[in-house]
Write a protein that binds this ligand. Structure first.
Ligand code: FES
Length: 81
């Protein structure tokens, strides 16, 4: 399996609305971080993660692509290479 590309060294804070559904970029190649722009197609076997927000508010979405709780930052960027 391909390894994700680090898109950044810290999470991206995004305002989202309740019941909003998006695709989080898991491969790190999207130019629209932290969301998928289709760049994974034909370039990696990593697929985006579809998620729905339950409550409106600011969400810390992983941008290092090492989180164990995608799409949300779990602090893994603090120890990622
Ligand atoms: S940005 Fe990836 S775990 Fe924090």
């Amino acid at each position: 399996m391909d390894q994700p590309r680090k898109a950044g060294n810290s999470p991206i804070l995004v305002e989202m609305n309740a019941r909003e559904t998006r695709y989080w970029c898991a491969c790190g190649k999207s130019a629209s971080q932290p969301f998928c722009d289709g760049s994974h197609k034909g370039t990696t076997d990593i697929i985006p993660v579809l998620f729905t927000v339950e409550e409106s508010g600011t969400k810390a979405l992983c941008n290092c692509k090492q989180t164990k709780t995608p799409p949300y930052c779990d602090g893994s960027h603090l120890t990622a290479d």
